[in-house]
Design a protein around this ligand. Structure first.
Ligand code: SF4
Length: 255
């Protein structure tokens, strides 16, 4: 990639809101939603396709979006985040933000960086080891990924564990793991995943798959019983702090 390309990124949305998931739920954050993803999860509800413009909500909660041409430069992004103050952190989300690791390396923000990643790109994760203060890392279980071969399942698990090792919790960084629990989830895979990454994280979040739109009334969302998730939590508590937290921003209807 030419060096000039690293100073630009395709971004879907920039806005200020509150974190809706995990142990930092309710904290005030700026959000930078990058375009592009390297996975194809069967519960994905995110439109991460690159577009000609990025939606920028300058006044938080206003619902008024400016259209900013893509790609966006590092300097432009820094200036667009300037109006947002009193932030807990700036959330880098997507899509998959690690696809833009070289761009993120160049960012100079006053707020700490909070990475929301699918944790499958270890070479990209390595570049950001000194840069990130909070890691909200997903463990995408192989059964949640469409059309993954058995060979690729193994590589996927190894890459995920390596990302958690590289970005593990330390004295200057928190790292926690989120696992979406849905209809296809096999409890034994969750336990294997948790055993592998437990030394690297402060806690594991079990996030029941959230129904959207008309799916709320379909039977699939009654198939992962409360009892199954509570039993999983009990098992995982043997390894590390484990909490059950659904997506709260969907209840509220905010970004
Ligand atoms: S990693 Fe996230 S954005 Fe990418 S396909 Fe999976 S759920 Fe969607």
């Amino acid at each position: 990639m030419p060096s000039s390309d690293r100073e630009f990124a395709h971004i879907k949305e920039i806005f200020c809101s509150v974190q809706g998931e995990g142990p930092y739920v309710g904290t005030r954050q700026a959000f930078v939603r990058f375009s592009g993803c390297n996975l194809n999860c069967n519960y994905c509800d995110t439109n991460f396709e690159s577009q000609e413009t990025c939606d920028y909500e300058k006044v938080e909660g206003s619902g008024i979006f400016e259209k900013v041409p893509n790609p966006v430069s590092v300097e432009k992004l820094e200036s667009m985040l300037q109006p947002f103050n009193k932030l807990h952190s700036a959330s880098l989300t997507g899509g998959e933000p690690l696809l833009h690791a070289e761009f993120i390396e160049k960012l100079n923000l006053s707020a700490p960086l909070y990475l929301e990643s699918n944790m499958t790109l270890p070479e990209q994760a390595r570049k950001l080891r000194e840069k990130i203060s909070y890691v909200a890392g997903d463990f995408k279980l192989p059964e949640a990924i469409r059309k993954i071969s058995s060979e690729n399942r193994e590589v996927h698990m190894e890459n995920t564990i390596e990302c958690f090792r590289l970005l593990r919790k330390n004295s200057s960084r928190d790292c926690f793991c989120k696992i979406v629990i849905g209809r296809d989830t096999k409890p034994e895979t969750v336990v294997l995943a948790a055993e592998a990454i437990a030394p690297y994280v402060s806690c594991i979040i079990l996030q029941p798959e959230t129904p959207v739109g008309s799916a709320v009334r379909t039977p699939r969302f009654t198939q992962t019983s409360v009892q199954t998730i509570i039993e999983l939590q009990k098992t995982l508590l043997e390894l590390t702090d484990t909490r059950i937290i659904p997506q709260t921003h969907r209840m509220w209807g905010c970004l």
